[in-house]
Every structure is written in C-alpha cells, then in structure tokens.
Design a protein around this ligand. Structure first.
Ligand code: H2U
Ligand code: ZN
Length: 347
C-alpha cells in the first residue's frame, strides 16, 4: 500500500503523463508576499469595454444590444478558414503545414460586472446552449476536425478583459492534448467496453475522497493525477461524447454544477478566482466516438492566497509537473467551502 506521505508519482490515464507528488513539502515555511486583494467593483456597463452591448470593438465592428449571450468571429483570430493548402517538408527536421480554422468569442452576459458564479443558473444554461450550438455548427463543417471551447479568467491567466467571456478555437486537425486523450480513451474502451472516465468516476464516487460537488448528472472532483493545486475535472455521469448528446435536464445540471464549483473557487481566497477552463468533446471528424467521455477541465494557478500562484518552472519545465498539496487535501479544502458566493455573504 502506497503511503501518500512520501514522494510518489501518479499517472494520468487520460494522457499517459505522470505528476510528481511531494506532500511533505506542503509543510515548508512560506516567506513570500501574501497580499490582501481589495474587492473589485465594476459597473454593470462599461462604455470603454469592447465586449459590452452597443460598444465598438477594437476591430471597428459594433456589438448589438444583446440581452443574453453574444458570439462573434474573433477580430484578431489565431485561425481563419481561407488558408492555401501548403506544407514545408524539406526533410524530417523542418516540417510545417498550413492550418485552417475559425476563432470566435462568446460573451456570457451583457453585464460587465458578473462572472459565472454570480450569474443565475438559467443564464449559465444559456451559455451551455451556446457552447452546444457552436460545437454542432462548427463541428459539422468538413474543414473542422476539432472544436476547443474555453474560458481564460483573470488577468494573471492573460485574460484581456473582465467582461465575462470565453473563446472557441476550431481547427482542421486534432491538437496534441485531445489527441493524447483520444488515444488513451480509445485504448481503454477497446479493452473494457466502457469509457475510461465512466469507470474512473464510479471508483471516485465509491471512495468519496476527491469529490468536490455533484448533482444528478454531473460530478466535479479533484482528479487523482491533478497537476494544478486546485485543479478539477467535471465529468458527466452518463458517458456521452459531446454536449449535443445531453438532454434538457443534463444541460441544466451542467449549468448548476458550474455555478456551484466556481462559487466554491471564489470562496477559497475570497477573490474572483482565476483559471483556464475548457470542455473536451469528441473530435468532429465525422466518425463515431463511443470511447470519448464529455468532460471539462479547470486549471487554476492560485496556490495559497489571492496572489500566490503555482509556477510551472525549473524542474517542471525540464522534468515533469510536480505538486506539494495532495489532491485529497485540495478536495477537502474545496469541499468544506460554502456554495453561497462570498460577495453575497458580505453584502
Ligand atoms: P481573452 O480575454 O480570453 O484573451 O480573449 C479575448 C479575445 O477577444 C481575444 O482573442 C478578442 C481578442 O482577439 N477581441 C476581439 O475579437 N475584438 C476586440 O475588439 C477585442 C478583443
Ligand atoms: Zn463590458
């Protein structure tokens, strides 16, 4: 029996990568800065925000007076459809290919001052519906093989604007991380006849050691192989390959779980909790993907306060990811938090 007290490695079965866990180091003294972050107040409408309704964007286009969600083609798109098919393949040392794609921005709400945890479940449900529609529309295109929907939240994550929004990068080929997840899920499904995440979820529910919160259709947990201090994985209880396979109740349940999870995150350090989060759905290559199990990753960088974050440097850039706080301890911290947003409690 492996003791979680000693340095050990854990395998991420979704990607085949390992993480080094050094629990004893969580006890080391911390003499770095711990700043108290003053609560941020933002207006409901900001005339200088390029995402607020009615405003002119940096690219010159004008936003409509949208009442709910609003999707537009990214004015500074990293990918666009009309690229001439070309490749460099001088030899095995210099390989490059053009990549067609589409990049979009999704405003979650017309309200400049809200974030997901502060939005009502019905409004988050609209965001889930937009994600579903966008995955279906972009995925149906013959030139799109993968649709990556994500949210970058907080200035330290490189988010350019506090207005609640996410992005979509859809492209011809499968990016590296989903490709690794595809290979691992496929191998598992061929061997066992069930999805990897379905079996994993059943085991986690049984142990109840890393579960953060759950409802009838979705579960949020700190994965056994978490890399980021408070990383979580949201898994559908029913093994479905993508959002379009969810029924009405399941989509509302996803919205409910997202609100509850992000509220817990904000309550952890009483700050609008930064993260990069994204859905992992089946590739849109026109083939069935019974092995793919819909899930969403949350990768938050904060470690011990509103300002002290985990850096992926040194050993991590040269060796492998490493963590001090155990996933079990992180889950216990998140589980102990309230699902009422701290700003409501303070009011
Ligand atoms: P992030 O804040 O997550 O970085 O995303 C904002 C995106 O919005 C970014 O990709 C786009 C940027 O290109 N954008 C527009 O498309 N139009 C604008 O007027 C400003 C920003
Ligand atoms: Zn705004």
């Amino acid at each position: 029996m492996l003791s979680h007290e000693h340095p050990h490695r854990r395998l991420n079965p979704l990607t085949g990568e390992w993480v080094l866990v050094s629990p004893h180091r969580a006890r080391r003294p911390w003499q770095g800065q711990v700043e108290k972050v003053p609560p941020e107040t933002r207006p409901a409408y900001d005339p200088s925000c390029y995402l607020c309704p009615g405003n002119t964007r940096a690219g010159g286009a004008q936003n409509p007076d949208y009442p709910g969600t609003f999707v537009f083609d990214n004015d500074f798109a990293a990918l666009y459809p009309e690229v001439p098919q070309a490749g460099v393949e001088e030899d095995e040392l210099f390989v490059a290919r053009t990549e067609p794609g589409i990049a979009r921005v999704i405003c979650f709400s017309p309200r400049h001052d809200l974030t997901l945890p502060e939005m009502p479940v019905e409004a988050i449900r609209r965001v889930v519906d937009v994600w579903t529609e966008q995955y279906a529309e972009l995925g149906a295109r013959p030139d799109i093989g993968h649709v990556q929907i994500f949210e970058n939240k907080g200035a330290i994550m490189g988010c350019s604007n506090p207005h609640p929004h996410g992005q979509i990068w859809a492209q011809a080929t499968l990016p590296d991380l989903p490709a690794r997840e595809l290979a691992c899920q496929r191998r598992y499904f061929e061997r066992h006849g069930h999805t990897l995440l379905g079996d994993y979820l059943a085991r986690e529910l049984d142990r109840d050691e890393r579960i953060v919160c759950a409802n009838d259709h979705f579960v949020a947990l700190v994965p056994f192989w978490a890399v980021w201090p408070f990383e979580t994985l949201v898994i559908s209880r029913r093994p479905v390959p993508d959002l379009t396979a969810l029924d009405d109740d399941e989509k509302t349940a996803l919205a409910d779980l997202l609100k509850r999870l992000t509220t817990r995150y904000d309550n952890l350090f009483e700050v609008s909790f930064p993260y990069s989060a994204g859905l992992h759905q089946a590739p849109t290559d026109g083939r069935p993907h019974p092995e793919w199990h819909l899930h969403m990753h949350f990768y938050p960088p904060l470690l011990r306060s509103a300002t002290v974050k985990k850096f992926m440097v040194g050993y991590e850039m040269l060796g492998m990811p490493q963590r001090d706080l155990t996933p079990e301890a992180a889950a216990a911290r998140l589980r102990a938090l309230s699902e009422t947003h701290y700003s409501v409690c303070a009011a």
